[in-house]
Design a protein around this ligand. Structure first.
Ligand SMILES: *Cc1c(COP(=O)(O)O)cnc(C)c1O
Length: 494
């Protein structure tokens, strides 16, 4: 196993030039990040394909029309307009034969169904949390948790809030505070755990405004910060700070298995431990979690809210009944609960995780080799292209990452998502805007769906854009909504 120097893990101290050199040297020395179990390097999907779904090839004309029809918003496309869909890895994965078999066992009883108890046992075995509340997806868990725990004027620290998490915190009149380590905001800076929380700043925040902080959250892996992992050392340090101020710690655990794999690979002392043991230890450091089963649940829908606090759980269950359903189904069918129970086991399989993480690295290697600046090292579920560096002629106010995402669709029918100022720009009441910290295009890889040749095609399309990157122009927003504007905003080309 490769050893990374312990740089800022836990301490949140700033990195010096010498640190940077050490990391760069280590990466050059052992650049193949994921060791394959054989002497050969080819990625092997650890499954055979039993059922296939055709994808449709479109002409450049059809794609141009589709763009105009949607106001240049890729969320407005029909899936049949898309050749390779890397919009999200959420709910887009392929289920296994075991999951489909489990779905046939689904017990659709309104209350107390066998499927709920199988689901509850799977979540409890993994997380150790006393209360397990099913929800139809992750954001429902967030809405219920923040609805019950957060008050007007509150502050919720996180490494980086995911977009729905931020929106739910702000909807309740609280402030969503991002405290990721400084390295996490520098796209090209190599660090093994760029998702780590800046523990020093967390401590300062709690020292100054403990009374306004109802809970601390850590997102594993840090989706909006590039799918970057959080180390166990950092989680322990965050736990210690939370203990000192007596604040509960929740994990936004959507990609807990990918995070566990990175800990196994990169953190000293974990190489002999199984992803399952590592995941259990991660959860043991928290008081609760929100989870979207559409990610590391390997399911197409579902999620949960889990916690140890009896009072809070009782209030959350009542809230759940208002909009999601009775606490033994929470807006899901019995068969969904079965699919998640099986998925939570399959996602911790080492062969699966090795293939998963290696596939993302493979795309990252090809894109980086084409001279496209990417967030480095690659994330667990996605490659993030740094559009600010690739398209310096487009200022953040003209949404460079949006321009690149549109161009990927125009050139090759590839749908991706902007994670930049369209998604995270702060719009003030007078209409002025603060740009986001980074302008990224995310290529999210659905689980168990695309093969290596699909990925080769994607890399080829991206490489074809590089020589004409300087000709790309920005966009202006012509209409938008107050919350989560990226889903529906309309644009015009400048
Ligand atoms: C997807 C995601 C969510 C929200 O889950 P949904 O199932 O899409 O509602 C929250 N946090 C993170 C980190 C996510 O990746």
């Amino acid at each position: 196993m490769k050893r990374w120097p312990a740089m800022t893990a836990g301490g949140g101290r700033r990195v010096t030039r010498n640190d940077y050199g050490a990391v760069a040297r280590i990466r050059q020395a052992s650049f193949i990040l994921t060791p394959m179990p054989f002497e050969f390097r080819t990625i092997i999907e650890p499954f055979r394909i039993k059922s296939v779904e055709p994808i449709r090839f479109s002409s450049p004309d059809e794609r141009e029309q589709a763009l105009r029809r949607t106001g240049y918003n890729l969320f407005g496309l029909r899936s049949e307009d898309v050749l390779i869909d890397l919009l999200t890895d959420s709910g887009t994965g392929a289920m296994s034969a075991e999951q489909w078999a489990g779905m046939m066992r689904g017990d659709e009883s309104y209350a107390g169904s066998r499927s709920f108890f199988r689901f509850e046992r799977a979540v409890r075995d993994l997380t150790g949390f006393r209360h397990v509340i099913p929800t139809h997806q992750g954001r429902a868990a967030e809405r219920i948790l923040f609805g019950e725990a957060v008050r007007q004027g509150g502050v919720v620290p996180n490494n980086t809030h995911f977009d729905t998490t931020r929106a739910n915190v702000e909807h309740d009149g609280a402030t969503a505070l991002d405290l990721v380590i400084a390295e996490g905001l520098q796209p090209s800076f190599d660090h093994p755990f760029k998702g780590n929380m800046d523990v020093g700043r967390l401590d300062e925040t709690l020292a100054a405004e403990r009374d306004r902080v109802p809970l601390v959250m850590v997102t594993v892996t840090n989706n909006s910060g590039g799918g970057q992992p959080v180390s166990m050392e950092n989680l322990r340090a965050v736990r210690a700070v939370c203990d000192r101020y007596d604040v509960p710690l929740f994990l936004d655990a959507c990609r807990f298995a990918e995070n566990a794999w990175f800990i196994k690979q990169r953190e000293p002392g974990f190489d002999a431990r199984s992803p399952e043991e590592i995941a259990r230890e991660m959860f043991s450091l928290a008081d609760g979690a929100t989870f979207s089963a559409k990610k590391d649940g390997l399911a197409n829908i579902g999620g949960f809210l889990a916690m140890n606090d009896d009072d809070l759980a009782a209030r959350c269950r009542n809230n759940l009944i208002l909009t999601e359903g009775f606490p033994t189904y929470g807006g899901l069918a019995g068969y969904d609960l079965e699919a998640i129970a099986v998925g939570l086991r399959e996602v911790l399989d080492e062969d699966y995780l090795r293939y998963r993480i290696r596939s993302v690295e493979y795309l990252w290697e090809k894109v980086a080799a084409a001279g496209v600046p990417c967030v480095s090292p690659p994330g667990g579920h996605a490659v993030y292209v740094d559009a600010k560096t690739l398209l310096p002629q487009i200022p953040p106010s003209q949404y460079p990452a949006h321009a690149l995402a549109i161009e990927l669709f125009r050139a090759g029918g590839i749908r991706t998502v902007e994670i930049g100022s369209v998604m995270f720009g702060r719009v003030h009441d007078d209409g002025t805007e603060d740009p986001a910290a980074m302008e990224l295009v995310r290529l999210a890889i659905p689980r168990r769906v695309y093969t290596q040749s699909h990925i080769d095609y994607v890399a080829e399309v991206i490489a074809s854009i590089v020589p004409r990157a300087a000709e790309l122009r920005g966009y202006a927003i012509t209409s938008q909504s107050k919350y989560l504007r990226h889903f529906t905003a309309q644009f015009e080309q400048l």
